[in-house]
Each structure stands twice: as structure tokens, then as C-alpha cells.
Design a protein around this ligand. Structure first.
Ligand code: CA
Length: 237
């Protein structure tokens, strides 16, 4: 299968059986994914809230907080990272509960590794548009982004953007609907991890608002999520 040309997908694996964690981590890494793992529900919640993951594999039976609680808490925090829940075999109630609390898919244990990989790939395909297949232009509000020409127009007038601003805008669009922390933006857009420089991110987001929002004081697209970071929303409700 052709791997996405963009950054490798990051997967958070939440499971307390160490043997299974090792096996699945190896499996996913051999397929080109970046994998981090959490062994209980509290750690999972913290990692999932702060790290930038493209997908979460979440076991139901976990110490401290079960998978359903983790899933429900994430959705309440407006974290919409796709989640595959690992349920006990034959527990139809688990499946129903999982979907009710906001999981995207479920897989009953025990499962074949090929089955898990198929689900992961399918879910990632469903939620993300691969860079190479992406539309050449993208619109939100009165803004039009032309990825091929790396140009931006607002109300049909060109907007001057620095390369960094354009990368930041592109990342927001790729992560639309997801809360992204300043640290994550630094890592993904600037390529480094330095908590003291998060003001750099704030300054750039401020600039995007000045350039692209109708009313920069009351942004509708580049939203501050207090205590967490930012979120880009294409169509405000
Ligand atoms: Ca477990």
C-alpha cells in the first residue's frame, strides 16, 4: 500500500497487556507508523489531549479509567482523533457503548494483525485526504487557499503570506476540527520542540487572524481553545 507522502501517521496505542503492546507496536512501526503507548486510562487521556495523533487504538479494559470513559472524555474536550476500540470477544454491548461514546470503529479481541492494519488504514483514509490526492484549492469563508501555487486570496484579493504562515495555515486545514497545542504546532510547523517559544506560535496565529478573519478580534475560523491550543474550523456553526 502506498504510504502517505506527508508526515507518517502517529498512532496512540492504549493497552495494559505489555505483551500485546510490544507486538502491536512492532507491527505498526513496521508499517511505517509512529507509535506511542499508554498503559492506563489516565495516561491515555493526558497523552491524547496533548500529543498530535492521527489515530488512537483504545482497549476497553484498562486500569484507572476504562476505554469508554477515556473516549467520552476526549470527545467532551472536542478532541476528534479517530478511535478504534478493542473490545472483548462477543460483547455486543461493548460495541454499542463504544460507538455511543464516540469511537469510530471497534475490533473484538483476539484479532489477526492483518485485520487491525486494515481497520487502521481504512479509518485513516476516511478521515484524512492524502496530500497527493488533495484538492489543489481549499475554501473557507471568503478565503481561497491554492496549495499548488502556495497562494492565498481573501474576497478574491491576494493575501501576502510568509512561507511559515502558509505552512501553519496548511497544518490547521489538515487538522481541521482538532485542537492542536502550541507545542504541537512548534514541532510540526517549525520542526522543533521548545516550550519557551510558544509565543512564536501565538504571534503567527494572531497574524493569520489579521489576514484571514473577517473580524480578527472575534475569530470564527482560528479558535483559541483555552489551556490547550488552537483549533481551525472551516464552517462555524
Ligand atoms: Ca486490557
Amino acid at each position: 500500500m502506498k504510504r502517505r507522502a506527508s508526515l507518517p501517521s502517529r498512532i496512540l496505542l492504549v493497552e495494559d497487556e505489555t505483551g500485546l503492546v510490544l507486538t502491536l507496536t512492532d507491527l505498526l512501526r513496521s508499517e511505517g507508523f509512529q507509535v506511542e503507548s499508554a498503559g492506563d486510562g489516565e495516561d491515555a487521556l493526558e497523552l491524547a489531549s496533548t500529543g498530535n495523533f492521527n489515530l488512537i487504538i483504545l482497549d476497553v479494559m484498562l486500569p484507572r479509567k476504562d476505554g469508554f470513559e477515556v473516549c467520552r472524555a476526549l470527545r467532551r474536550r472536542s478532541i476528534h482523533t479517530p478511535i478504534i476500540m478493542l473490545t472483548a470477544r462477543g460483547q455486543v454491548a461493548d460495541k454499542v457503548t463504544g460507538l455511543k461514546v464516540g469511537a469510530d470503529d471497534y475490533l473484538a479481541k483476539p484479532f489477526e494483525s492483518s485485520e487491525l492494519l486494515a481497520r487502521v488504514e481504512a479509518l485513516l483514509r476516511r478521515v484524512s485526504v492524502p496530500r497527493e490526492n488533495r484538492e489543489e484549492t481549499y475554501r473557507f469563508g471568503s478565503v481561497m487557499v491554492d496549495f499548488r501555487r502556495t497562494a492565498v486570496e481573501r474576497s478574491a484579493k491576494p493575501v501576502d503570506m510568509s512561507a511559515r504562515e502558509f505552512e501553519l495555515l496548511t497544518y490547521f486545514i489538515e487538522q481541521q476540527g482538532n485542537t492542536v497545542s502550541r507545542q504541537e504546532l512548534l514541532r510540526q510547523v517549525w520542526g522543533y520542540d521548545a516550550a519557551t517559544l510558544t509565543r512564536t506560535v501565538d504571534a503567527h496565529v494572531w497574524m493569520l487572524r489579521q489576514k484571514l478573519e473577517e473580524d480578527p478580534q472575534n475569530p470564527r475560523h482560528f479558535i483559541t481553545i483555552r489551556g490547550l491550543g488552537y483549533k481551525f474550523i472551516e464552517s462555524p456553526r
